[in-house]
Design a protein around this ligand. Structure first.
Ligand code: PLP
Length: 435
């Protein structure tokens, strides 16, 4: 089946759809990474457990998982059941439902730094709201972010480091005004000295330091021992808030996210992905003093037609229920650990320079010598070789992201037989890389 698929016979349905898509969707897709699959993206018919089934009949073991949300795999029974029950009641009222209260209570119970929650519709919206809230609370203008951290498709954070002499950033997208980018300062991940340097000169106008506690959008890059704690101390010293963007890590590193895993508390937390069980969602959480500044209690505006959407809320609640009451994390964590070890073994035996970075349920391989600790060291890796690995794996029925600078995610549906099958395909793919 797979051979036929790659020879182009079975891919024809996807290629036809892609041609149609190119006429009416920009680049044929609605989010750019989806267009990175060569020669054209496969179109998906359905997903079940660890598998995606394409419209061409190919079965793929999925380590992309919708870019993170699907920690129970595709269409898990308990989530399907609750969504089906609720959807029959109707799904949008412009008035509160009990489900959003239940999901907020769960989040408050798992994150000690969160006393109240505001649900929005995406991680990017959560970040925009968190930044506005930090500015409203501190009455300061600037934020500090890290080179290589991604926080969504919003102006304040589509910013990269400017010239070496300046602390302020420059737009990383056309359409973001220089004046906006100037309010975003940029430091180096895992480098507290770089943070201290920026804060020493700009600290009294910095509303917040925002960080991905584990970088998950430049491959996977864990924080070095003491880095997050150091950020906490520097933020306190300069009276800035610390925002942990846990859109990826929230409920992925465990029930309390990165904050529990690393033992460091944020002032403001952004969540998304898993808390909607695969439906659109975002959330901001913090202590009362900060959250009560939000409308309708306070002067910092936020609103949304779809905020707290009942279907996203029930899917998130059902997902978290499973995470709380079953061995789902054990399976997903074992899968990620075994995959990291297995990839390491195969590549070591084949003599290819590589680094595998791992945290629970997430990993990524970089083809480089030495450690990968920030954007610069990650940027030294052979991204073409990674793409070839992606292509060889796709031919063999395994889907990893078509970009070095994404993560591999595991779920509770990635049982050991699925992972062992994956490792056999990785072994064959690496042999093909060497030819
Ligand atoms: N923050 C982080 C750490 C992310 O990884 C992402 C998306 O990948 C976002 C924010 C933006 O979330 P969304 O795509 O739901 O807007």
């Amino acid at each position: 089946l797979n051979d036929m698929a790659t020879s182009g016979i079975l891919m024809s349905e996807s290629s036809k759809l892609y041609e149609e898509a190119m006429k009416v969707l920009v680049g044929g897709v609605n989010s750019p990474v989806r267009a990175a699959i060569r020669p054209y993206p496969f179109f998906v018919r359905e997903g079940k457990g660890p598998y995606i089934f394409t419209v061409d009949g190919q079965r793929l073991i999925d380590y992309v998982l919708g870019y993170g949300p699907l920690i129970l795999g595709h269409a898990p029974e308990p989530v399907v059941k609750r969504v089906m029950e609720y959807i029959n009641r109707g799904w949008l009222y412009g008035a509160p439902t009990e489900i959003e209260v239940a999901l907020a209570k769960k989040i408050v119970s798992h994150f000690p730094s969160i006393k109240k929650v505001r649900f929005v519709n995406s991680g990017g919206e959560a970040v925009a709201t968190a930044i506005r809230l930090a500015r409203g609370y501190t009455k300061r203008r600037k934020i500090l972010k890290f080179e290589g951290c991604y926080h969504g498709a919003i102006d304040y954070v589509l910013v990269k480091a400017g010239s070496a002499a300046a602390h302020f950033g420059t737009p990383s997208s056309a359409g973001v005004p220089e004046d906006v980018a100037k309010l975003t300062l940029v430091a180096r991940y895992n480098d507290l000295d770089s943070v201290e340097r920026v804060m020493r000169s700009e600290g009294n106008d910095v509303a917040a330091i925002i960080v991905e506690p584990v970088m998950a959008n430049y491959g996977v890059i864990p924080p070095r021992e003491g880095f997050l704690k150091g950020l906490r101390e520097i933020a306190d010293k300069y009276g800035a808030l610390l925002i942990f963007d846990e859109v990826v890590t929230g409920y992925r590193l465990g029930l309390g996210g990165a904050q529990r895993y690393y033992g460091v508390s944020a002032d403001i937390t952004t969540l998304g992905k898993i808390i909607g069980g695969g439906f659109p969602v975002g959330a901001v959480g913090a202590r009362d003093e900060i959250m009560d500044l939000l409308s309708p209690r306070g002067p910092v505006f936020n609103a949304g037609t779809f905020n707290g959407h009942p279907i996203s809320m029930i899917a998130g609640l059902a997902t978290i229920d499973v995470l709380e009451t079953t061995n789902a994390y054990d399976i997903a964590i074992s899968a990620s650990r075994r995959l990291a070890e297995g990839i390491n073994d195969v590549l070591s035996r084949s003599g290819i320079d590589h680094v595998v970075n791992w945290v629970p349920t997430m990993l990524q391989v970089f083809f480089t010598k030495g450690e990968v600790i920030d954007h610069e060291t990650a940027g030294k890796s052979d991204t073409k070789l990674y793409l070839r690995l992606h292509e060889e794996l796709l031919k063999r029925g395994v889907f990893i992201a078509p970009s070095q600078f994404e993560a591999m995610f595991t779920s509770s549906s990635h049982t050991s037989d699925v992972v062992e099958e994956t490792l056999r395909q990785i072994e064959d793919s690496v042999k093909a890389l060497k030819q």
